[in-house]
Design a protein around this ligand. Structure first.
Ligand code: NAD
Ligand code: TYD
Length: 349
């Protein structure tokens, strides 16, 4: 029986990873450790939380002693580390929170793993989930490879870059069996409506302005969240210790084109005449330090571990819109309370 610690399992991507592991590996014990910040929501796991191989641990990765005690008590064999502050705009308003959770929190987990595993590193694995944003911004061509030098621009990506460096340093210095992946933008069910796609679905539904930063010309490479979860499963089990793997959707969209596509789908589903919601598009001041373009070269993962995305964008996008339209209660719950304050401060709209 393997014991696997998944951090940030109540968040967007983490909840899909926890679900996949709990269902696919009944022989593993899965421990979901989460602080339940504004972004963590146990409702995301209501379909699997009664399973006997699932356990929830409410804890803050910034608290070193608590983390050490949990490692001592449960003797995890592996760690899949997703817990993080994840929203670029919030990192511009409050960088320190990102340094505490993303850097200090990660090093606390590395220290706990190192200390508990020191006598026997066999079959142990510390898998750190990171982002393509650490590589910085691309011009109109090219893509990020695992060897692309780090060049982060936002406090979020700087904190993630720092955590990646610590993970590599613990492998090189202490032989901790680590692996890292850097993924492009995810979309799908359960994403907190501060990120582009769920925010705009919610606003279109409620006839609210759609705040497009700058000219809407920034490009992102979108991957369906379940594809990311499957990539994480592949890398956790088959990735080479000490290696980094890029994960991407091979699916680049200029923001404004993606938004128009979203409007087309939603106008149709909401029974509005085609193009009605185009009037909601509102160009607002650009995000500070806004990266122009991200694109991932995921050929290493394809060639070495045979992973490729399986969900076509049209299919994933439609599934995502349907999920938000069919899960009104979830959306209402997460957009009540402090979300309203955040929204007012952020957009003033
Ligand atoms: P999220 O914000 O939806 O979830 C983060 C989770 O971490 C939440 O459940 C939150 O409660 C928990 N958390 C935050 N601070 C914590 C702390 N101090 N202690 C314990 N738990 C804490 O994020 P996400 O979008 O699911 O991203 C998960 C990971 O994947 C992050 O590491 C992120 O950098 C990375 N990533 C995200 C994307 C994306 O498009 N969302 C793309 C690439 C990589
Ligand atoms: P986001 O979902 O925040 O992801 P990231 O910044 O990590 O890529 O944003 C995706 C793109 O959408 C990014 O170029 C910023 C843009 N954006 C807007 O134009 N308006 C918004 O209100 C938000 C949240 C994002």
């Amino acid at each position: 029986m393997k014991k696997i610690l998944i951090t940030g399992g109540a968040g967007f991507i983490g909840s899909h990873v926890v679900r996949l592991f709990v269902n696919k590996y009944p022989e593993y014990e899965i421990f979901n450790l989460d602080k339940l910040t504004y972004a963590g929501n146990l409702e995301n796991l209501s379909d699997i939380d009664k399973k006997s191989n699932y356990h929830f641990l409410k804890a803050d990765i910034v608290e070193a002693e608590v983390i050490h005690r949990l490692f001592e008590e449960h003797r995890f064999d592996g760690v899949i580390h997703l817990a993080a502050e994840s929203h670029v705009d919030r990192s511009i308003t409050n960088p320190m929170e990102f340094i505490f959770t993303n850097v200090v929190g990660t090093v606390n987990l590395l220290n706990a793993a190192r200390s508990i595993w020191k006598d026997n590193l066999n079959d142990k694995r510390f898998y750190h989930i990171s982002t393509d944003e650490v590589y910085g911004s691309l011009g109109n061509s090219g893509s990020f490879k695992e060897t692309t030098p780090y060049n982060p621009h936002s406090p979020y990506s700087a904190a993630k870059a720092s955590s990646d460096h610590f993970v590599r340093a613990y492998h090189d210095t202490f032989q901790l069996p680590t692996v890292i992946s850097n993924c492009s933008n995810n979309y799908g069910p359960n994403q907190f409506p501060e990120k582009l796609i769920p925010l705009f679905i919610n606003n279109i539904k409620n006839n609210k302005p759609l705040p497009v930063y700058g000219q809407g010309i920034n490009v992102r490479d979108w991957l369906y969240v379940e594809d990311h979860a499957h990539a994480i499963d592949t890398i956790y089990h088959n990735g080479q210790i000490g290696e980094t793997y890029n994960i991407g959707g091979n699916n680049e969209w200029k923001n404004i084109d993606l938004i128009k596509q979203l409007i087309e789908i939603l106008d149709n589903k909401l029974g509005r005449p085609a193009g009605t919601s185009l009037a909601l598009i509102t160009y607002v001041t650009d995000r500070a330090g806004h990266d122009l373009r991200y694109a991932i070269d995921a050929s290493k993962l394809k060639n070495e571990l045979h992973w490729e995305p399986t969900v076509k964008f049209t299919e994933g996008f439609e599934k995502t819109v349907d999920w938000y339209l069919n899960n009104e209660k979830w959306l209402k719950n997460v957009t009540s309370g402090s979300y309203q304050d955040y929204y007012k401060k952020m957009y003033g709209l």
